[in-house]
Ligand binder design. Structure first.
Ligand SMILES: N[C@@H](CCC(=O)N[C@@H](CS)C(=O)NCC(=O)O)C(=O)O
Length: 243
């Protein structure tokens, strides 16, 4: 679809992917029209395989025929490319701060989300037994206080606002935002409250505030749909484990 000025923007995604959701959050914030193609990850399209031959994963952003892969790289591309933040979208929203040190800090915490929280969570998602899943989710839970520290650092202890970007949505907010429906879903599926008001009060406030934002309401899937998806994956993995 022409996003403005004759530019073509297409996103290859999957509705339940936290990685895709963060890109959709960013595109919404930038106020950009784009074509969205839902991929069947068990039967990937030729377009996806051509555009992301290395990882064969979503999201892939295709801008004027040129693919960009890996969600955090896509976010940075969107933030750095004048078309996405300039006259094309009419948006002035930038995700990464202007100050180089603040940018480095934001990138550090965004990497922390993927490496320390997303990676063990993915292992839990693929686990075939409840014990294995609980062990991986234990690693996720153990990494959450570190992220609380990051939120404290980025917001000066909450004095600058309750989002990583302060009062406005920033890079880390969008990165973590894709995970927000899963934080709620895990509580419903297994009773695990990852962002707990007593242990990690800033993250608990972040979760509530982020969920209230227009961008979150517009983009993020319904928690019950995610709960159904998580239960379906758990059941499938358990069946594989029993084979
Ligand atoms: N590091 C990648 C991870 C993307 C990823 O893992 N995407 C999953 C969906 S959540 C996928 O497409 N997996 C391909 C598959 O299941 O074969 C990113 O940040 O974009």
């Amino acid at each position: 679809m022409a996003g403005g000025g004759g530019e073509e923007v297409t996103l290859l995604g999957h509705w339940g992917s936290a990685f895709v959701l963060r890109v959709r959050l960013a595109l919404y914030l930038k106020g950009l029209q784009y074509s969205y193609v839902e991929e069947d990850l068990r039967n990937k399209s030729d377009l996806l395989l051509r555009c992301n031959p290395v990882h064969k994963s979503v999201p892939v952003l295709i801008h004027n025929g040129r693919p960009v892969c890996e969600s955090q790289i896509i976010l940075q591309y969107i933030d750095e490319t004048p078309f996405f933040s300039g006259s094309g979208s009419g948006s002035t929203c930038t995700l990464l701060p202007a100050d180089p040190h603040e940018r480095a800090v934001a990138r550090f915490w965004a990497a922390y989300v993927d490496d320390e929280i997303g990676a063990p969570w993915d292992k839990a998602f693929r686990s075939r037994t409840e014990e294995e899943r609980a062990a991986w989710m234990g690693k996720v839970a153990a990494a959450v206080p570190g992220l609380e520290r990051g939120l404290r650092e980025c917001t000066d202890g909450g004095r600058k606002g309750c989002l990583f970007g302060g009062t406005g949505v920033g890079f880390v907010d969008v990165v973590l935002g894709g995970v927000a429906p899963y934080v709620h879903a895990m509580e419903k599926v297994s009773g695990l409250r990852l962002f707990d008001g007593e242990r990690t009060p800033l993250l608990a406030a972040w979760l509530e505030r982020f969920g209230e934002l227009e961008v979150a309401r517009a983009v993020l899937p319904d928690v019950d749909r995610v709960v159904g998806y998580v239960r379906m994956i758990h059941a499938k993995n358990a069946a594989k484990g029993a084979e």
